[in-house]
Design a protein around this ligand. Structure first.
Ligand SMILES: Nc1ncnc2c1ncn2[C@@H]1O[C@H](COP(=O)(O)OP(=O)(O)OP(=O)(O)O)[C@@H](O)[C@H]1O
Length: 271
């Protein structure tokens, strides 16, 4: 384990009922880094985020956040843990009957007793951070999809989280909005020193902004590497991902084999 790891999964196994989803997964997210998790549909990527947030608990292994085992947290600790966490989900829609201002203010009002004048300053700062100061009086129906996602990002960072979890933050956005939100995610992560995990299907955009990539297949970490290692991998498996080809050697419905990590041709775990 690296000494600056902030989130660490150690030999984690998880099943929904008797259906195994993740088996003996180990991964590390260093403090202040942005890490992508990629893999086929249904491979368990969102489940990994849920394990980190404590929404589901590992049946085996440990999920450590800042050295604390999420599986052993009291409900009070879990509440504190979630308070230190921001989430931006694909379907994490804004509250349609609240203004932009009230949407961003919502977590601040929910979790603090700050006076309204200070809340106002904080909300305006967060809107400024996502480049949307001046929109505070608008209602969500008056926003474009890209703007709405940025407001959701402002809301997610309202409490200056130590951890950010992104689940498909680019889905449904036009290329320009997608580029804007990707840059914002990177800029905010660097500025806030947040340790962030992003589940994404957008390989190209992610490789531009993340520090490290984990590939999940067959319930395991099939491969991992820096964006450069991923881009230059000679493995047909990785290339299928990077090129976004529908046909190729990756068959996500099949369990991963022991040789999958080697097949990726970049650092991987042996099963
Ligand atoms: N609450 C649940 N109860 C039972 N099974 C579930 C539950 N949530 C997810 N699953 C199943 O677990 C598997 C992994 O789901 P998960 O959402 O983690 O995958 P994913 O990699 O994020 O998929 P996608 O890329 O399609 O969003 C899927 O087969 C899904 O059907």
């Amino acid at each position: 384990m690296s000494s600056d790891s902030f989130i660490e999964l150690k030999n984690v196994s998880f099943a929904y009922g008797d259906r195994p989803i993740l088996q003996d997964i180990s991964l590390t997210i260093a403090r202040g880094k942005l890490v992508a998790i990629m893999g086929g549909s249904g491979s368990g990527k969102t489940t990994l985020l849920r394990l980190i947030s404590g929404q589901v608990l590992a049946q085996k292994g440990q999920v450590l956040v800042n050295g604390q085992d999420v599986g052993r947290m009291s409900s009070r600790d879990l509440y504190q843990h979630r308070r230190r966490m921001g989430m931006l989900f694909q379907f994490g829609a804004l509250f349609t009957d609240l203004s932009v201002f009230d949407n961003v203010a919502f977590p601040i009002r929910e979790h603090t007793r700050l006076p309204e004048s200070l809340i106002r300053d904080l909300v305006l700062m967060k809107l400024n951070a996502v480049g949307l100061r001046g929109t505070e009086a608008l209602m969500p129906a008056e926003l474009s999809g890209g703007m709405a996602r940025r407001i959701a990002l402002a809301r997610a960072i309202a409490l200056d989280p130590q951890i950010m979890l992104y689940d498909e933050p680019f889905t449904g956005l036009d290329p320009i909005s997608l580029g804007t939100i990707a840059l914002l995610i990177k800029k905010l992560n660097d500025a806030l020193g947040t340790s962030a995990v992003m589940v994404t299907h957008d390989v190209h955009k992610s490789l531009e902004i993340v520090d490290h990539v984990y590939f999940v297949a067959g319930g395991k970490i099939a491969a991992e590497g820096t964006p450069d290692e991923v881009r230059h991998s000679s493995s047909p498996w990785v290339q299928q991902f990077v090129q976004g080809e529908a046909d190729g050697p990756v068959h996500f419905a099949y369990p991963a084999t022991d040789s999958l990590a080697q097949a990726f041709g970049i650092k991987g775990e042996t099963a």
